[in-house]
Design a protein around this ligand. Structure first.
Ligand code: FPP
Length: 228
């Protein structure tokens, strides 16, 4: 495939609705959604994507019922504890992004373990945004800058204070479930991002649809504020 995006982000939305439409508890939607996540990580890696950022838990998701929040955390823990071989076979590096230090200890340990085990992988980097908020990332960066006593910075310097400084700008953002919003995802990195929306709920999202998003992206003319 030509003109592949270097960095793809996905807002994996619609798990709850998927479950409710089937008369199932919302958590069943998350369970099915995690299976989709697994498939898309592998698909993206096979297609040659270099960075895939997945919005798994936002700084606003704490407002959900405690049981749902705890279920999501345990699902993510189960995911990292069971997918190491898959990541290694596909040479995929696992990273997290967000205020991970505020998560339960067991989950922090699970994430740190998975990051260590895959640190040598040189293929795609799969970034799980957990307890992540775009505004919070910017504020955390500003506070680091203040602590260092800098009194003036430029854009390139600012980037060094983001959660993953080497993460390139977001080329393509995919959001499932028909919502047309950014929802506080990668605000700094999405200044010139191409947006792609689908009505499909995340648990029903397929590799085929992912490829369609990439094909649409490849035909877009990106001018970054300039002229052709
Ligand atoms: C949005 O759907 C989804 C989330 C808030 C969580 C995303 C999490 C996953 C896809 C699974 C996480 C696990 C792993 C291993 C990545 P929603 O609940 O807001 O759906 P709704 O809008 O239909 O209610």
């Amino acid at each position: 495939m030509e003109n592949l995006p270097l960095h793809v982000g996905i807002i994996m939305d619609g798990n709850g609705r998927w479950a409710v439409r089937r008369g199932l508890p919302r958590i069943e939607g998350h369970r099915k959604g995690a299976e989709t996540t697994e498939k898309i990580v592998i698909a993206a890696s096979n297609l040659g994507i270099k960075y895939l950022s997945l919005y798994a838990f936002s700084t606003e998701n704490w407002k959900r019922p405690k049981e749902e929040v705890n279920f999501l955390f345990s699902l993510m823990y189960e995911y990292v504890r069971s997918k190491l071989d898959l990541f290694l076979e596909n040479n995929v590096k696992f990273r997290t992004m967000g205020r991970v230090w505020e998560l339960p200890d067991y989950l922090q340990e699970g994430f740190a373990w998975m990051e260590e085990q895959t640190a040598h992988c040189t293929g795609m980097t799969a970034i799980f945004a957990v307890n992540y908020g775009g505004r919070q990332e910017i504020i955390d960066a500003v506070n680091s800058i203040l602590r260092e006593g800098l009194d003036s910075i430029d854009q390139e310097t600012f980037r060094h204070y983001l959660y993953i400084p080497e993460l390139p700008d977001l080329d393509l953002l995919i959001r499932t479930s028909g919502e047309l919003r950014i929802s506080n995802f990668l605000l700094w990195q999405s200044a010139y991002t191409e947006l792609w929306f689908t009505e499909t709920l995340w648990p029903d999202f397929t590799e085929e649809e992912f490829r369609r998003a990439l094909e649409d992206f490849s035909k877009r003319e990106r001018r970054f504020g300039g002229i052709k």
